[in-house]
Design a binder for this molecule. Structure first.
Ligand code: ARG
Length: 396
């Protein structure tokens, strides 16, 4: 097995295993994006006369077939192959011989990985935004069905003002729709094309046409100058993960409320038995583990953001292998967000607010602010005076 950079000398096995780490597993999700980028690159080479049109098309066909067989699970990246880029190229050369060797002109794995990651981020980000909208829609449905149920509104966890299921669910739904918009805005950082920056300094002695791949891959601009490309690695990732943290935070706070509302002391909601888990010793227990884990996942997301930003924070400019370690926290946060959104959207329709218990919690203190306002409107008192009169009433 020869790697793309092999110059004849054998690589120490322990060094190879350490430097590859989990990358060969993590890169599975980049395969089809590297296929798309490599096809665009081959056609660009043909457009500037660096590859024959026939070669470009056989490369494109072979890459598309490799992408399809990978998607069917017929092959995966081996540790010795290091990454998605190498695995694809080795198979391409195996199939096309000489022609396959012609695709790696005017590019480097450094711009390949940036490009594949951005194509992946665009797709994953859109899925995450749709996930936030799906949870918002479920909350809106909950509000439609049970919105009229009154709820005490709390500040400092003390009863404050009258609220309702409509206000509770509607607030979260509005924030989740904002989270979706924030996620889409974060994707602007993934909209610049790094392909053609090669190792990080371009290939000025070849007549590459970077605009060609920008168009073909649906990027909105070509990232310039070439030295910006490696400086931007990790930034689109961090921007997306930051927005995912906010999305996870909203889901975590829905979950925290439901854990509280489901206590015997509050008893505002009843969770369906099928959504609760039991205790191995206490036969009566029905625990809201799903919401506790959502809360904990939300707390962990910022650790992934920190793990991403820590990698780049003290690096000198240019490509460094350090950057490889951005993938694990990125994918972890995306996967965690995706499964959290799915389980919350699945669980929320099962939540039933107890109208009787919620109404019983609506004590008269919740009307204190309204009473003070009435004194202003009906009797023309300054609010400060009205406030004092009502405060005295509730002190006793
Ligand atoms: N796995 C590598 C990464 O994620 C791919 C690029 C390798 N480039 C290199 N010069 N070793 O960064």
């Amino acid at each position: 097995m020869s790697r793309l950079w092999d110059k004849g000398a054998a690589v120490d096995g322990a060094i190879l295993r350490f430097t590859v780490g989990d990358d060969y597993v993590l890169d599975q999700r980049l395969v089809r994006h590297d296929v798309a980028a490599s096809i665009a690159h081959a056609r660009m080479l043909a457009s500037v006369g660096l590859l024959s049109a026939a070669d470009a098309e056989s490369i494109a066909a072979a890459l598309a077939a490799l992408g399809a067989s990978h998607a069917r699970g017929e092959w995966c990246i081996a540790l010795e192959e290091e990454d998605a880029h190498t695995a694809l190229e080795l198979r391409l050369v195996e199939q096309l011989g000489e022609t396959g060797k012609r695709v790696h002109l005017g590019r480097s794995r450094n711009d390949q990985v940036l490009t594949a990651l951005r194509l992946y981020l665009r797709e994953a980000g859109e899925q995450m935004a749709a996930g936030a909208e799906a949870v918002a829609a479920v909350l809106e449905a909950l509000s439609f069905e049970q919105g009229a149920v009154p709820l005490p509104g709390y500040t400092h966890m003390q009863r404050a003002m009258p609220s309702s299921v409509a206000l509770w669910a509607g607030g979260f739904a509005a924030e989740l729709r904002d989270d979706a918009a924030g996620i889409r805005r974060a994707l602007l950082r993934a909209a610049q094309n790094p392909l053609g920056s090669a190792a990080g300094y371009g290939v000025p002695f070849l007549p590459l046409n970077r605009e060609h791949t920008t168009q073909a891959l649906g990027f909105s601009s070509t990232q310039e100058p070439v030295t910006a490309c490696q400086l931007s690695r990790g930034k689109a990732e961090a921007a997306l993960v930051f927005e995912l943290c906010l999305f996870m935070q909203d889901m975590g706070r829905v979950a925290a409320d439901l854990c509280l509302f489901a206590t015997a002391e509050f008893a505002f909601v009843k969770l369906p038995d099928a959504f609760t888990t039991g205790s191995s010793i206490m036969p009566q227990k029905r625990n809201p583990d799903v919401f506790e884990l959502l809360r904990a996942r939300a707390a962990q997301a910022p650790a992934d953001l920190q793990a991403i930003m820590a990698v780049t924070s003290k690096l000198t400019s240019g490509y460094h292998r350090d950057l490889q370690l951005i993938k694990a926290p990125l994918f972890r946060c995306i996967d965690s967000t995706e499964s959290s959104a799915a389980v919350l959207a699945h669980a929320l329709p099962g939540i039933v607010f107890s109208e009787a218990n919620c109404r019983a919690a609506m004590d008269s203190s919740l009307g204190a602010t309204e009473e003070a306002c009435r004194l202003v409107i009906d009797r023309g008192l300054p609010f400060r005076e009205a406030y004092k009169l009502i405060a005295a009433k509730y002190r006793s």
